[in-house]
Design a protein around this ligand. Sequence first.
Ligand SMILES: [Ca+2]
Ligand SMILES: [Ca+2]
Ligand SMILES: [Ca+2]
Ligand SMILES: [Ca+2]
Length: 300
Amino acid sequence: MSLTFGFVLALGACSDDSTGESFSGTGGTGTGGTAGNGGATGVGGMMGTGGSGVGGAVGGCFEARCPDGKLYECGDCMDNDEIPDGLIDDKDPECLGPCDNTEGPVLTTGTPGTTGNQCQADCYFDGGNGCGGGDCCWDYSCYEDSPVRQCPYTTPTLAICAEPQPVTCLPLCGPLTPNGCDCFGCCTLDEGKSYVYLGSEDANNNGTCTFADLANPELCRSCTPVEDCLNTCERCEICLNKPTIPEDCFPGSGGSGGMGSGGAGGDGGDRCAPDTQPCGLEGDDPCVGFCLTGCCLVVE
Ligand SMILES: [Ca+2]
Ligand SMILES: [Ca+2]
Ligand SMILES: [Ca+2]
Ligand SMILES: [Ca+2]
């Protein structure tokens, strides 16, 4: 039973190049490594299952739970798109984190729990519901360009508009917030040139914003990020809709390139916080959790 399951996972990984590469890297022992490319790597996954436990897990996928303890679509090691796109969980760019319950194509999170007040927003990327309890808290009607149709701008008598975020907002929601987004789902998908609200909905509360519709302001409504909890998209960071980073962001790379910036290579810490493992690019160790815009998020 479990073998069958592992095999299915290995097949899934096989269809994705980057997974395969991650596997051969960790394999370490060389068994997987020699497999080298594409199709053969999947076979390597099977061997890993038999050999060491670690290899087996890497050959497939790591389940990633949301801090609420639940397993959602983006952490369940399955390809859950209605029309499967061959990409699983954190390999699927439409997965916004381990609390995201839709693998796409819409960029809503689909996690249960909206507040009684539909204009009030809490952390977009966790599974909880509602402001309060120290969660991030915002009201869409604070903005003249409110991205939520039902919540047009109201002259801000709302105290919340002027309030700084609770001190626990960032510790709770920050780690779950992808590069390029604020904690309420207002994200840049063009390196800071513009921002769209990932939770944009039509009149029937169906999500409308997809990667294919970023340029359509009716489907991906523009928004203004809340500075208090904005995780900016930096040049050397992987971000939503930005899967690669410039060559000179890699440690030790391009040293002889003759580029003036060669010396700035550093330790690669530019991509993630110092205590966070980079992931998702060729040569990176596999992330035993959810690889969120290039940084490994492990929910304890
Ligand atoms: Ca999944
Ligand atoms: Ca998928
Ligand atoms: Ca998808
Ligand atoms: Ca960032």
